[in-house]
Write a protein that binds this ligand. Structure first.
Ligand SMILES: Cc1cc2nc3c(=O)[nH]c(=O)nc-3n(C[C@H](O)[C@H](O)[C@H](O)COP(=O)(O)O)c2cc1C
Length: 208
Protein backbone atom coordinates (compact mmCIF):
# COMPACT_ATOMS: atom_id res chain seq x y z
CA UNK A 1 0.00 0.00 0.00
CA UNK A 2 1.21 3.49 -0.81
CA UNK A 3 0.81 6.41 1.57
CA UNK A 4 -2.78 6.92 2.77
CA UNK A 5 -4.88 9.27 0.67
CA UNK A 6 -6.75 12.01 2.56
CA UNK A 7 -9.98 10.57 3.97
CA UNK A 8 -13.20 12.04 2.54
CA UNK A 9 -13.43 15.80 2.89
CA UNK A 10 -10.01 15.89 4.56
CA UNK A 11 -8.95 16.39 0.91
CA UNK A 12 -10.27 19.97 1.10
CA UNK A 13 -7.73 21.03 3.73
CA UNK A 14 -4.41 22.75 3.18
CA UNK A 15 -1.24 20.79 3.71
CA UNK A 16 -0.05 19.38 6.04
CA UNK A 17 -3.53 18.86 7.61
CA UNK A 18 -4.69 17.36 4.32
CA UNK A 19 -2.26 14.45 4.48
CA UNK A 20 -1.95 13.96 8.21
CA UNK A 21 -2.88 10.62 9.68
CA UNK A 22 -1.65 8.48 12.57
CA UNK A 23 0.15 5.36 11.36
CA UNK A 24 0.74 2.36 13.61
CA UNK A 25 3.56 0.82 11.62
CA UNK A 26 6.78 2.77 11.95
CA UNK A 27 10.28 1.87 10.77
CA UNK A 28 12.16 0.45 13.78
CA UNK A 29 15.50 1.20 12.12
CA UNK A 30 14.86 4.87 11.35
CA UNK A 31 16.59 7.56 13.36
CA UNK A 32 15.85 11.24 13.39
CA UNK A 33 18.64 13.69 12.54
CA UNK A 34 19.42 16.07 15.40
CA UNK A 35 18.17 19.09 13.44
CA UNK A 36 14.88 17.33 12.60
CA UNK A 37 14.31 16.64 16.28
CA UNK A 38 15.22 20.19 17.19
CA UNK A 39 12.78 21.55 14.57
CA UNK A 40 10.01 19.39 16.07
CA UNK A 41 10.73 20.81 19.52
CA UNK A 42 10.81 24.34 18.09
CA UNK A 43 7.45 23.84 16.38
CA UNK A 44 5.92 23.11 19.78
CA UNK A 45 7.79 26.01 21.36
CA UNK A 46 6.30 28.40 18.78
CA UNK A 47 2.71 27.36 19.45
CA UNK A 48 0.48 30.09 20.85
CA UNK A 49 -0.50 29.91 24.52
CA UNK A 50 -2.48 31.94 27.02
CA UNK A 51 -0.40 34.96 27.99
CA UNK A 52 2.53 33.23 26.25
CA UNK A 53 2.74 31.07 29.38
CA UNK A 54 4.05 28.00 27.47
CA UNK A 55 2.87 25.71 30.29
CA UNK A 56 3.92 22.45 28.60
CA UNK A 57 7.12 20.45 28.88
CA UNK A 58 8.30 17.74 26.48
CA UNK A 59 10.29 14.75 27.69
CA UNK A 60 12.41 13.58 24.77
CA UNK A 61 12.78 9.80 24.57
CA UNK A 62 14.72 8.60 21.51
CA UNK A 63 14.47 4.85 20.85
CA UNK A 64 17.25 3.16 22.82
CA UNK A 65 17.47 5.80 25.56
CA UNK A 66 16.87 5.07 29.24
CA UNK A 67 13.79 7.31 29.18
CA UNK A 68 12.42 5.36 26.21
CA UNK A 69 12.91 2.08 28.12
CA UNK A 70 11.07 3.59 31.08
CA UNK A 71 8.18 4.67 28.85
CA UNK A 72 7.94 1.30 27.08
CA UNK A 73 7.52 -0.39 30.47
CA UNK A 74 4.38 1.69 31.08
CA UNK A 75 2.61 1.17 27.73
CA UNK A 76 -0.88 -0.33 27.53
CA UNK A 77 -1.16 -3.66 25.75
CA UNK A 78 -2.61 -2.06 22.61
CA UNK A 79 0.29 0.40 22.37
CA UNK A 80 3.13 -1.93 23.36
CA UNK A 81 3.63 -3.27 19.83
CA UNK A 82 3.82 -0.09 17.77
CA UNK A 83 5.03 2.70 20.06
CA UNK A 84 8.48 1.13 20.71
CA UNK A 85 9.21 1.24 16.95
CA UNK A 86 9.01 5.05 16.82
CA UNK A 87 12.26 6.92 16.28
CA UNK A 88 11.49 9.21 19.19
CA UNK A 89 8.67 9.65 21.66
CA UNK A 90 7.87 13.05 23.09
CA UNK A 91 5.93 12.88 26.34
CA UNK A 92 3.85 16.01 26.89
CA UNK A 93 3.19 17.40 30.35
CA UNK A 94 1.21 20.49 31.35
CA UNK A 95 1.60 22.60 34.44
CA UNK A 96 -1.75 22.21 36.15
CA UNK A 97 -0.64 22.86 39.72
CA UNK A 98 1.33 25.51 41.58
CA UNK A 99 5.07 24.96 41.83
CA UNK A 100 6.62 25.74 45.24
CA UNK A 101 8.09 29.08 44.06
CA UNK A 102 5.12 30.20 41.97
CA UNK A 103 3.42 33.43 42.97
CA UNK A 104 0.37 32.83 40.77
CA UNK A 105 -1.93 29.94 40.05
CA UNK A 106 -1.18 28.00 36.86
CA UNK A 107 -2.93 29.09 33.70
CA UNK A 108 -6.40 27.50 33.56
CA UNK A 109 -5.81 26.69 29.89
CA UNK A 110 -2.62 24.65 30.50
CA UNK A 111 -4.07 21.45 29.03
CA UNK A 112 -5.46 23.34 26.02
CA UNK A 113 -2.09 25.01 25.46
CA UNK A 114 -0.24 21.69 25.77
CA UNK A 115 -2.59 20.13 23.21
CA UNK A 116 -1.94 22.99 20.86
CA UNK A 117 1.84 22.54 21.20
CA UNK A 118 1.34 18.84 20.45
CA UNK A 119 -0.74 19.68 17.38
CA UNK A 120 1.97 21.97 16.06
CA UNK A 121 4.59 19.27 16.55
CA UNK A 122 2.40 16.72 14.82
CA UNK A 123 1.94 18.98 11.80
CA UNK A 124 5.64 19.88 11.66
CA UNK A 125 6.39 16.14 11.55
CA UNK A 126 3.91 15.59 8.72
CA UNK A 127 5.21 18.59 6.76
CA UNK A 128 8.78 17.30 6.91
CA UNK A 129 8.10 13.76 5.70
CA UNK A 130 7.77 12.18 9.13
CA UNK A 131 4.65 10.85 10.81
CA UNK A 132 3.34 11.38 14.32
CA UNK A 133 0.87 9.29 16.31
CA UNK A 134 -0.26 10.55 19.69
CA UNK A 135 -1.21 8.15 22.45
CA UNK A 136 -2.59 8.33 25.96
CA UNK A 137 -2.58 4.59 26.67
CA UNK A 138 0.22 4.32 29.20
CA UNK A 139 0.58 4.35 32.97
CA UNK A 140 1.15 8.05 33.49
CA UNK A 141 1.77 7.81 37.23
CA UNK A 142 4.44 5.15 36.69
CA UNK A 143 6.03 7.24 33.93
CA UNK A 144 5.95 10.40 36.06
CA UNK A 145 7.68 8.47 38.81
CA UNK A 146 10.36 7.03 36.52
CA UNK A 147 11.04 10.36 34.81
CA UNK A 148 10.91 12.56 37.92
CA UNK A 149 7.95 14.66 36.74
CA UNK A 150 7.03 17.04 39.59
CA UNK A 151 3.61 16.89 41.22
CA UNK A 152 2.55 20.22 39.67
CA UNK A 153 2.81 18.82 36.15
CA UNK A 154 0.23 16.47 34.63
CA UNK A 155 1.52 13.85 32.21
CA UNK A 156 -0.94 14.24 29.31
CA UNK A 157 0.07 12.10 26.33
CA UNK A 158 2.94 10.79 24.25
CA UNK A 159 3.71 11.63 20.62
CA UNK A 160 5.43 8.83 18.72
CA UNK A 161 7.35 10.19 15.72
CA UNK A 162 9.08 8.24 13.02
CA UNK A 163 9.13 7.11 9.43
CA UNK A 164 6.05 5.23 8.23
CA UNK A 165 7.03 1.76 7.02
CA UNK A 166 5.49 1.00 3.61
CA UNK A 167 3.74 -2.36 3.30
CA UNK A 168 6.29 -3.83 0.88
CA UNK A 169 9.06 -3.31 3.45
CA UNK A 170 7.24 -5.25 6.21
CA UNK A 171 9.15 -8.48 5.76
CA UNK A 172 11.71 -10.48 7.75
CA UNK A 173 12.89 -8.58 10.82
CA UNK A 174 10.61 -5.68 9.84
CA UNK A 175 7.46 -7.85 9.93
CA UNK A 176 4.67 -6.33 12.00
CA UNK A 177 1.96 -7.50 14.34
CA UNK A 178 -1.17 -8.01 12.20
CA UNK A 179 -3.18 -6.01 14.76
CA UNK A 180 -1.04 -2.93 14.12
CA UNK A 181 -1.20 -3.40 10.35
CA UNK A 182 -4.98 -3.84 10.51
CA UNK A 183 -5.40 -0.71 12.65
CA UNK A 184 -3.94 1.37 9.81
CA UNK A 185 -6.59 0.10 7.40
CA UNK A 186 -9.59 1.09 9.49
CA UNK A 187 -11.73 3.75 7.85
CA UNK A 188 -10.92 7.22 9.12
CA UNK A 189 -14.09 9.17 9.77
CA UNK A 190 -15.21 12.36 11.46
CA UNK A 191 -18.48 13.55 12.90
CA UNK A 192 -20.51 15.62 10.52
CA UNK A 193 -19.86 19.36 10.93
CA UNK A 194 -23.51 19.81 11.91
CA UNK A 195 -22.71 17.90 15.10
CA UNK A 196 -19.68 19.95 16.08
CA UNK A 197 -20.20 23.45 14.66
CA UNK A 198 -23.12 25.42 16.02
CA UNK A 199 -24.71 28.67 14.91
CA UNK A 200 -26.90 31.08 16.91
CA UNK A 201 -27.04 28.81 19.95
CA UNK A 202 -25.86 25.52 21.31
CA UNK A 203 -27.08 22.59 19.28
CA UNK A 204 -28.18 24.54 16.21
CA UNK A 205 -26.02 23.28 13.37
CA UNK A 206 -23.94 25.82 11.50
CA UNK A 207 -24.92 25.81 7.81
CA UNK A 208 -22.90 27.11 4.90
C1 LIG B 1 -4.89 12.54 23.23
C2 LIG B 1 -4.85 11.38 22.27
C3 LIG B 1 -4.73 10.09 22.77
C4 LIG B 1 -4.63 9.00 21.89
N1 LIG B 1 -4.40 7.74 22.40
C5 LIG B 1 -4.13 6.73 21.55
C6 LIG B 1 -3.69 5.48 22.05
O1 LIG B 1 -3.50 5.28 23.26
N2 LIG B 1 -3.43 4.49 21.15
C7 LIG B 1 -3.58 4.67 19.80
O2 LIG B 1 -3.32 3.75 19.04
N3 LIG B 1 -3.97 5.87 19.30
C8 LIG B 1 -4.24 6.90 20.13
N4 LIG B 1 -4.59 8.13 19.64
C9 LIG B 1 -4.72 8.32 18.17
C10 LIG B 1 -6.17 8.47 17.77
O3 LIG B 1 -6.83 7.22 17.89
C11 LIG B 1 -6.25 9.02 16.34
O4 LIG B 1 -5.69 10.31 16.30
C12 LIG B 1 -7.71 9.08 15.87
O5 LIG B 1 -8.23 7.77 15.74
C13 LIG B 1 -7.86 9.80 14.55
O6 LIG B 1 -7.07 9.20 13.57
P1 LIG B 1 -6.06 10.07 12.70
O7 LIG B 1 -5.06 10.71 13.65
O8 LIG B 1 -5.38 9.11 11.75
O9 LIG B 1 -6.85 11.12 11.98
C14 LIG B 1 -4.70 9.22 20.49
C15 LIG B 1 -4.84 10.54 19.99
C16 LIG B 1 -4.90 11.60 20.87
C17 LIG B 1 -4.99 13.01 20.31
Amino acid sequence: MAEHAPAGDQARLAEPMRSRWSPSVLDPGHELAADELEALLLSAAWAPSAGNSQPWRLLVAPRGSGLHDALVATLSRGNSGWVPRASVVLVVTAQTGRAPDDEKDPTPTALYDAGQAAAHLTLQAQATGLHAHQFAGFDKAAFADAAGVPAWHTVVAGIAVGRWLPVDERVGPLAVDPRDAEREERPRRRRDLAETAYADRWGEPWRR
